[in-house]
Design a binder for this molecule. Structure first.
Ligand SMILES: Cc1cc2nc3c(=O)[nH]c(=O)nc-3n(C[C@H](O)[C@H](O)[C@H](O)COP(=O)(O)OP(=O)(O)OC[C@H]3O[C@@H](n4cnc5c(N)ncnc54)[C@H](O)[C@@H]3O)c2cc1C
Length: 437
């Protein structure tokens, strides 16, 4: 994997973000013979998808789809990958994009690191594992996760006590405590913004009291609990390790609500809640599983059948809105629900021992003021032309996946392919014009 870059490197295209959208765009461009620089701010490529358990509606293993693409990108002769590197902004002069990068120190020399993990075993300091959404712990110096690419150790300077044990055991002398951040300016003709999404905070609705109970969890935490190689190896409650017997999904807990500034629908929550409910009923066959929803948006191919299958499996769907969640004794939670399904008793109080809040999808990156793209009122990169959904307001800058708005993996991959095609067409036309001119 080529990870060496200086400011004199001028790739044909630069892709921001190595989630499934960025990986697909980079591969499609590189397969056409174009030189691509793929920039990822996390220590590994793969984005959100590499952390998912299974994917709807096929229930295929998510990492079995993502890992081959990660590996193909890492081994492609036309793709250079920079991890731990943040795109800070873009300035465009004379139709050339100058992309500002901040390469953060890993305190490990990647040329020397052989991924043996001896440093990880020798380290005594642990902190909540970001890959496991804080449910497990990880050493201060570690390879980020089992199938991470690159398989190189990264040191977290915020928690490291610089005791020196990693440097003492490293067989190749790769530990460099004095590494400094490095700024780079890369010139390129085309950029694909594939900077993805984040979820809004679990505490965005104070009436759900997420700050008062560890048993009110995010859907990404549940993805990790359901993953076969997840933090506990099975589904357990974070507060006490108990096997949950009554699980609630609260839909639209961070979307479709003007009071929190997210008036739009996040599009994937209905389907991933149904998927997670199905997987839970396999993992915990005796558990009661209830989804509280306003309406179910099962819009894609095979999605309605997926929803009907979940109902047939015995998952409870309760139409209504959860007004408040209160922690009660034993770590359980009391939900105040207003339902439209019981005209005589619309206000109900129901008890569960684990609650999953469907947080809203928000943009993964706020472009700097100099970046010439326009964003929509919701902050996602705007693609103003209906007939060219991956073109932004700036010539030569394209957008793919959830950077342009909430969407699922199928739509993300289709859009990533389209963005790569538009970028290569743009490059071809620009270079032909120069030759003719
Ligand atoms: C709980 C949950 C379950 C889901 N389950 C399913 C499912 O079963 N099926 C399905 O179809 N969809 C599912 N989805 C949706 C799916 O996760 C997304 O469609 C998909 O991951 C989007 O990929 P992406 O590449 O657009 O974004 P991301 O995966 O977010 O990738 C973007 C990448 O860009 C990087 N980045 C951002 N800004 C910068 C910057 N400035 N510089 C450098 N790098 C940057 C980020 O670190 C990240 O790695 C689920 C979503 C959630 C929340």
């Amino acid at each position: 994997m080529n990870t060496h870059v200086n400011s004199d490197f001028t790739p044909d295209a630069l892709v921001i973000g190595a989630g499934i959208a960025g990986l697909q765009s980079a591969l499609d461009l590189a397969d056409q013979g174009l030189q691509v620089l793929l920039v990822e701010r996390q220590p590994s490529i793969g984005g959100h998808m590499i952390a998912l358990s299974k994917v709807y509606p096929t229930l295929d293993c998510a990492s079995c789809i993502t890992t081959p693409k990660m590996s193909a990108a890492a081994h492609h002769p036309n793709i250079t990958i920079l991890t731990n590197t943040e795109v800070e902004g873009i300035e465009t002069r004379d139709e050339v994009h100058h992309v500002r990068l901040l390469q953060k120190p890993t305190y490990v020399n990647f040329d020397k690191c052989i991924g043996c993990r001896l440093c990880e075993y020798a380290c005594d300091t642990e902190y909540p594992d970001p890959f496991e959404e804080g449910l497990g712990s990880v050493k201060a110096i570690a390879v980020p996760f089992t199938n991470a690419i690159p398989q190189k150790a990264v040191l977290n300077a915020e928690v490291c006590g610089t005791c020196g044990s990693c440097a003492r055991v490293c067989p190749t002398g790769a530990i460099e405590y004095d590494q400094q951040p490095r700024r780079l300016m890369i010139r390129t003709d085309a950029v694909i913004v594939a900077s993805g999404f984040n979820l809004n905070a679990l505490t965005v609705k104070p009436q759900y009291n997420a700050q008062r109970s560890r048993n009110i969890i995010s859907p990404l935490m549940l993805e990790r609990l359901l993953a076969p190689h997840g933090p506990y190896g099975r589904v357990l409650r974070p507060s006490d390790g108990k096997m949950p017997s009554s699980i609630a999904f609260v839909q639209c807990a961070g979307s479709r609500d003007e009071s929190i500034g997210v008036s739009y629908c996040s599009r994937v929550c209905c389907m991933y809640a149904i998927k997670q409910a199905m997987l839970l009923s396999g993992a915990l066959p005796l558990a009661d599983i209830t989804i509280y929803y306003m309406d179910i948006r099962a819009f894609g191919k095979g999605y309605e059948q997926f929803y009907q299958n979940a109902k047939a499996m015995g998952i409870n769907f309760v139409r209504g809105k959860v007004a408040r969640i209160n922690p009660v004794e034993d770590g359980d939670l009391s939900l105040h629900v207003e339902t439209t399904e019981d005209a005589e008793n619309p206000l109900q109080e129901r008890r569960h021992d684990l609650v999953v809040l469907a947080q809203g999808m928000i943009p993964g990156w706020q472009p700097s003021a100099t970046t010439p793209v326009t964003c929509s009122a919701n902050g996602f990169v705007a693609a103003p032309t209906l007939t060219a959904p991956t073109a932004t307001t700036a010539p030569g800058i394209f957008v793919a996946g959830t950077a342009a708005g909430p969407k699922d993996i199928v739509d993300t991959i289709a859009e990533a392919g389209a963005a790569a095609m538009q970028a290569s067409q743009y490059l071809y036309q620009k270079r032909s014009a120069i030759l003719v001119g």
